[in-house]
Design a protein around this ligand. Structure first.
Ligand SMILES: C[S@@+](CC[C@H](N)C(=O)[O-])C[C@H]1O[C@@H](n2cnc3c(N)ncnc32)[C@H](O)[C@@H]1O
Length: 260
């Protein structure tokens, strides 16, 4: 049985390989996402302090700063993510953004609290989502907002996990062929069927396929379960987006909670 730490390292290695390629979403896509999650719900960003948990490429942190956040701290367990995020923030010329390496399964060392704590598509990769949720919830100031996005549990979750296991056990050459074929299928699907408006994740499709199938740790949740976590930690929750991606079975949902 692998230890939690070894599993975390495997997730971090996968993200090292993704972020090491330097790919990231467009700034306009990230600001649009933050407008939907915060500004459209009358949650201001201007002048607020932000903790971006699982900051990845750093583009969300840059988008927070572009929308007027006074300070953004990003944490991620992948060192490549931290390097890429630093160079992304530098490229856009923001000096009020800092990134550091941190495993969200551990309590955050900083004592301070933030007006906005943002954990987009990360907690479900830690191996103990509830614990990581508690760790990030602690860093939210009273009256502040915690926003999380997590994989939605559907009837397809169990067969999906079996498919992921076979993918991960396949030789690299087979995974590459599968990845290319799946990416082509999704492009065709998007051209023929997709209402683009329903998709707010803008990562390259090959990267998304790799994340869907190759991820060593990936947990799925129902809305009610996460609603309960928010209440247990002293937040008033609101389901913001029931689904954000093209397929429900691979989609995250987004929930915000205001801390009392
Ligand atoms: C799907 S990406 C999301 C990145 C970013 N939040 C975004 O919306 O583009 C998940 C990120 O979580 C990070 N991550 C995974 N497990 C983690 C952990 N235990 N602690 C901190 N970060 C972790 C990964 O390295 C990766 O950058």
């Amino acid at each position: 049985m692998r230890t939690a730490r070894a599993q975390n390292e495997r997730v971090s290695d996968l993200y090292d390989s993704i972020w090491g390629r330097g790919s990231h979403p467009e700034l306009s896509a990230e600001t649009a996402k933050l407008k939907t999650i915060f500004l459209d719900r009358n949650i201001p960003i201007r002048g607020k302090t932000v903790l971006d948990c699982g900051s990845g490429s750093g583009m969300s942190a840059v988008a927070f700063a572009a929308l007027g956040a006074s300070e953004v701290v990003g944490v991620d367990y992948s060192m490549e993510a931290v390097h890429l995020a630093r160079s992304t923030a530098g490229r856009f010329g923001f000096r009020n953004i800092n990134f550091q390496r941190h495993n969200l399964l551990e309590p955050l060392e900083m004592e301070r609290q933030f007006d906005i704590v943002y954990a987009f598509a990360v907690l479900h990769h830690t191996g103990d989502t509830r614990k990581a949720f508690g760790n990030v919830a602690l860093r939210c100031a009273p009256g502040g907002v915690l926003s999380v996005s997590l994989y939605l549990k559907t009837w397809l979750t169990a067969p999906w996990k079996a498919a992921c296991l076979s993918y991960q056990r396949s030789p690299l050459w087979l995974r590459r062929i599968f990845n290319r074929a799946a990416a082509e299928f999704i492009r065709l699907h998007d051209r023929l069927l997709l209402s683009k408006k329903s998709v707010i994740i803008d990562h390259p499709i090959e990267q998304q396929v790799e994340e869907w199938f190759g991820m060593p740790i990936r947990s799925h949740y129902r809305y009610e379960e996460v609603d309960r976590w928010f209440r247990e930690e002293g937040f008033s929750p609101e389901l913001v987006l029931p689904r954000i991606a093209r397929f429900k079975s691979t989609s995250n949902f987004v929930m915000n909670g205001i801390k009392s």
